[in-house]
Design a protein around this ligand. Sequence first.
Ligand SMILES: NC(=O)c1ccc[n+]([C@@H]2O[C@H](COP(=O)([O-])OP(=O)(O)OC[C@H]3O[C@@H](n4cnc5c(N)ncnc54)[C@H](OP(=O)(O)O)[C@@H]3O)[C@@H](O)[C@H]2O)c1
Length: 259
Amino acid sequence: MDRNLEGKVAIVTGGSRGIGRSIAQTMSQAGARVMITSRKADACEEAAEAITKETGGEVTYVPGNVGRSEDIERVIGTTLESFGAIDILVNNAATNPYAGPVIDVDLPRWGKTFDVNVTAPLAWVQACWNAYMKENGGNIINISSVGAFSTNAILGVYDITKSALIHLTQQLSAELGPNTRVNAICPGLIKTDFARVLWEEGRGDQVAQMYPLKRLGEVEDIAEAALFLATESSSWITGQAIIVDGGGLSGFGTPSVSL
Ligand SMILES: NC(=O)c1ccc[n+]([C@@H]2O[C@H](COP(=O)([O-])OP(=O)(O)OC[C@H]3O[C@@H](n4cnc5c(N)ncnc54)[C@H](OP(=O)(O)O)[C@@H]3O)[C@@H](O)[C@H]2O)c1
């Protein structure tokens, strides 16, 4: 597999921890210059410094909320000023403010989940496209979820947004080719803060047993898939949602707990 991202510039939203941080680190290791962004400046700074130390690459950050247009503009402007390009956009940040049946969700939390998980990724693609990719080409990776493919007693709202993100991925791939590829990754349960309630106190062991590969995911499992989609190894792949879930969706009992 081609692991070379020399000369490329990547933006990773939600890059301060969890899956986004691992993607930022893996892309930096592959030679990309990386811009990370998330709401907390100190967490971004710590991640950028740690990754730079680890990889010897160029990693910088601009704090911001993915759903705020002025923050998007600031991140993109600084990336172009600092690095002169935006070759790769990883739409990774997401939210899950509601747990319960969809029929009972209050519309503000429904709206917030869609704002962060669907509208913001579109806004980022629009901004990167207009500022750079339309002229120069690009590569977009949206982090969806295996939850997009099934119903769930308490995570239905989140899962609907992740399903919409896959459709958005397909639609944009059709619109933005041939110079820009758009793909999604659908993780199963990964041991991060976001999913902590699903794996801490031994709960994760039960889920792991339902996976044919008998373990939960690690952030690196998703980062490796993102690297594949970002390099020329996947140059004829666009509009796809790649499932990285230890086989959970194919297992004998599909885990009902996954984010
Ligand atoms: N973990 C899993 O099991 C799992 C499974 C399937 C899919 N996913 C997906 O994988 C992606 C990453 O999840 P994760 O598990 O790595 O989560 P995580 O460890 O909680 O990290 C989330 C990152 O996003 C940032 N973030 C959250 N809301 C933001 C906002 N409104 N604006 C800007 N940044 C924001 C956070 O930093 P700040 O708090 O500083 O903003 C943090 O850097 C998400 O799209 C999630 O839906 C995760």
